[in-house]
Design a protein around this ligand. Structure first.
Ligand code: PXP
Length: 249
């Protein structure tokens, strides 16, 4: 069965917009993660960025404490974040490229150009009992390099697929790239995850891509939650305001 990992970064983004630098604030990403868990998500994904723009260190610690499903820590392979991961021990880390100016993770990792250093990070994680995934574009040289690194998984970057979903020819080309990369990864003994830009419309188009184990989806699910949850939130506030009722004109 294809698994779903829910990325809860955007819940923290909303909290940080109001409560940056404070220990607590709403919405609480841990509460959100527990709702995802009880709704059937198979894993929770959170990206501890170097600039801490959304998820904070204490979020990762609390997630580790409370989750029953798998915790997937997205991270750049820097010394600082590697140290945190080795200490907190998520079930799996997904190594991603990170640029301060980007809104979200933009490209895949250049595994081919950095494989000895990535292999060392992979070894340190595996020695601590943490699985490793590499977030890569569906390019043959990157998949091949991921095999050399010896990670347990790759996560195929579906951004180009999602961007081109409404263009017939380009979508077919991007789907073919994903299919080829998944086949190649499987032949190398790598597990295949995918994510980025997936939503309620385009997820079904991944049907021809073989060997997928897990999809990591964030923006679309959190966006949808705002829309489908808004009516309840308004009703609850009206209920809370009823207590004011008597004294008002
Ligand atoms: N997978 C990886 C490696 C990511 O960096 C992201 C974005 O943080 C996602 C999946 C989720 O992407 P989206 O928010 O577009 O669903």
């Amino acid at each position: 069965m294809l698994k779903l990992g829910v990325n809860i970064d955007h819940v923290a983004t909303l909290r940080e917009a109001r409560y940056r630098g404070r220990e607590r604030g709403e919405p609480d990403p841990i509460e959100a993660a527990l709702i995802c868990e009880s709704a059937g998500a198979h894993g929770i994904t959170a990206h501890l960025r170097e600039d801490r723009r959304h998820i904070q260190d204490h979020d990762i610690r609390r997630l580790r404490d409370v989750l029953k499903v798998r915790l997937n820590l997205e991270m750049a392979a820097t010394e600082e974040i590697t140290g945190i991961a080795l200490h907190i021990r998520p079930d799996i880390v997904c190594l991603v490229p990170e640029h301060r100016a980007e809104v979200t993770t933009e490209g895949g990792l250049d595994v081919a150009g950095n494989w000895p250093a990535l292999a060392e990070t992979r070894r340190r994680m595996n020695d601590a009992g943490i699985e490793v995934s590499l977030f890569i574009a569906p390019d043959p040289e990157q998949v091949e390099a991921a095999g050399r690194v010896g990670s347990q998984f790759i996560e195929l970057h579906t951004g180009a697929y999602a961007e081109n979903f409404n263009r017939k020819r380009e979508r077919a080309r991007e789907t073919e790239r994903l299919i080829a990369a998944a086949e190649q990864a499987r032949a190398l003994g790598l597990g295949v995850n995918a994510g980025h830009g997936l939503n309620y419309r385009n997820v079904g188009g991944l049907r021809p891509v073989p060997h997928l184990v897990e999809l990591n989806i964030g923006h679309s699910i959190i966006s949808r939650a705002v829309i489908v949850g808004l009516a309840t939130a308004v009703r609850e506030m009206l209920l809370a305001m009823e207590q004011l009722g008597a004294g008002q004109p």
